[in-house]
Design a protein around this ligand. Structure first.
Ligand code: DX5
Ligand code: ZN
Length: 235
């Protein structure tokens, strides 16, 4: 089955690389720059070795943009936070498969609260982990770095996982989106999209640039570039 380039690619800037002293302005800037989604990284200092923010911040910036909020929970016991992030304005809540003993229950909980559900997989976690919860899922977030920090290098060995996820979703005829998070930039985007991703999460490659509009445009252009024109076409 052909994997290839799906329809339209969504760009999801991660506010982890934004200016935290003015997050309201930053999400507004991202919307004006043509972004499709705002990606919010919640870290608890346990599941990942870093701390960021919680539902209070999600709520504080909610009114500054109309873009959907994808809340990426890098926390132990994500079930303790789901209700609060949905109340705060999270449209899609992503939990880590590695942090959920009762993954299906947690995904149902997210949908029952009226939000869309997502599962993130660390680079070492196989796709088979989510085989039996595909019907409960709206998005698969394939981590292409070990989560916790922005600005890390893309791990190319996740490309076959993206391909496999795309094939699986197509074969089952499901409407699950495939997102990729970590080290996404104009160099890596063509390979990621070619492998079958349809949402590109990018922190450094958007908020790390002075001109957000240009950054989003360049990422979108790179995502639609034929792979043979990309600088690394081997993987
Ligand atoms: C990493 C986070 C990412 C991060 C990506 O743990 O989940 O969303 O912001 O940052 P970049 O795009 O700089 O790799
Ligand atoms: Zn993230």
């Amino acid at each position: 089955m052909r994997v290839g380039r799906p329809h339209s690619i969504k760009i999801a800037p991660s506010i982890l690389s934004a200016d935290f002293s003015k997050l309201g302005d930053e999400v507004r800037r991202a919307e004006e720059a043509g972004a499709d989604i705002i990606h919010l990284d919640i870290m608890d200092g346990h599941f990942v070795p870093n701390l960021t923010f919680g539902p209070i911040i999600v709520k504080a910036i909610r009114s500054h943009t109309k873009l959907p909020f994808h809340v990426h929970l890098m926390v132990e016991k994500p079930e303790d936070y789901i209700e609060r992030v949905v109340e705060a304005g999270g449209d899609l809540v992503i939990v880590h498969a590695e942090a959920c003993t009762h993954l299906q229950r947690i995904l149902s909980m997210i949908r029952n609260l009226g939000a869309r559900s997502g599962v993130a997989l660390n680079p070492a976690t196989p796709l088979t982990t989510i085989e039996y919860v595909l019907d409960d899922l709206d998005l698969i977030l394939i981590m292409s770095v070990n989560p916790g920090f922005g600005g890390q290098d893309f791990i190319p060995s996740v490309l076959p996982k993206i391909r496999r996820a795309r094939r699986r979703v197509m074969k089952r005829g499901l409407k699950i989106e495939i997102a990729v998070d970590g080290g996404v930039n104009v160099e890596t985007a063509p390979k990621i999209v070619e492998a079958g991703a349809d949402v590109l999460v990018a922190g450094t490659a958007v908020f790390g640039k002075p001109d957000l509009k240009k950054a989003v445009q360049e990422l979108r252009e790179a995502a639609s570039k034929p792979l043979k024109h990309a600088s690394h076409s081997k993987t």
